[in-house]
Design a protein around this ligand. Structure first.
Ligand SMILES: Nc1nc2c(ncn2[C@@H]2O[C@H](COP(=O)(O)OP(=O)(O)OP(=O)(O)O)[C@@H](O)[C@H]2O)c(=O)[nH]1
Ligand SMILES: [Zn+2]
Length: 215
């Protein structure tokens, strides 16, 4: 394989792929998406050939690919990479996992924190994988409630846990920058599975951890 082919392969997995066609001086990343962005700029009354906007279609295409990269990933693959046998039965909570997502109604960002707890059943998962699972589902077009449920269901299914709890607190820029224009409202959603759904004390313990910390 030539050096150029090898380099292309590496860059195919990156979001910063330059055009390797030596005959063209204009970098092209994804012609279809770039054409759509260019049309949008024209429809907005802008001039896509002016200096500041010349590379904007390419930048937007790359940004949108990154912000929706969760479609290419599977929570199962993420979790299975770091599942360890461990005789631990006590609650594990990862709090304040920051995330950025896009609301599917306006394609505007919503962002905030996810708090995730689970009750192990002979297996624990690598802690970073819990945050990665949040990103797998956040980097898609979403509604907050579905994001919350998807994280809970994926962990419940692939961890074989006694229970999973997910609470997400988020600000929606579609409610802040436009529309109703409420800057300070936040939305809280939750998904309780297994023992967290069945046992009010388990749920209360989780809620106390995410409210005040364990220490
Ligand atoms: N349940 C839920 N609603 C959301 C989420 N993100 C955005 N929305 C809402 O989706 C709704 C879409 O309502 P529409 O009336 O079709 O759209 P709109 O005219 O832009 O609504 P306004 O935002 O009220 O101006 C709005 O009420 C948004 O606040 C989310 O994650 N969950
Ligand atoms: Zn919205």
């Amino acid at each position: 394989m030539s050096e150029k082919e090898q380099f292309s392969r590496v860059l195919a997995h990156s979001h910063y792929a330059p055009n390797l066609d030596a005959d063209s001086d204009e970098e092209v990343y994804d012609p279809k998406k770039e054409a759509l962005v260019r049309s949008m700029l024209v429809a907005l009354g802008e001039n896509p050939t002016r200096d500041g906007l010349r590379r904007t279609p390419l930048r937007v295409a790359k940004a949108m690919d990154f912000l929706t990269s969760g479609y290419q990933l599977s929570a199962e693959d993420v979790i299975k990479k770091a599942l360890f046998d461990e005789d631990c039965k006590e609650m594990v909570v990862v709090r304040d996992i920051e995330f950025y997502s896009l609301c599917e109604h306006h394609m505007l960002p919503f962002f905030g924190h996810a708090h995730v707890g689970y009750l192990p059943n002979g297996k624990v998962v690598g802690l970073s994988k819990i945050a990665r699972v949040v990103d797998v589902f956040a980097r898609r077009l979403q509604v907050q409630e579905r994001l919350t449920n998807q994280v809970a269901d994926a962990l419940m299914t692939h961890l074989g846990a006694h229970g999973v709890a997910v609470v997400i607190e988020a600000s929606h820029t579609c409610m802040m920058m436009r529309g109703v224009q409420k800057q300070r409202s936040t939305t809280v959603s939750s998904a309780m599975r297994g023992a967290f759904q069945d046992d009010p004390r388990t749920r209360a313990e989780f809620m106390s951890f995410i409210r005040s910390g364990a220490g």
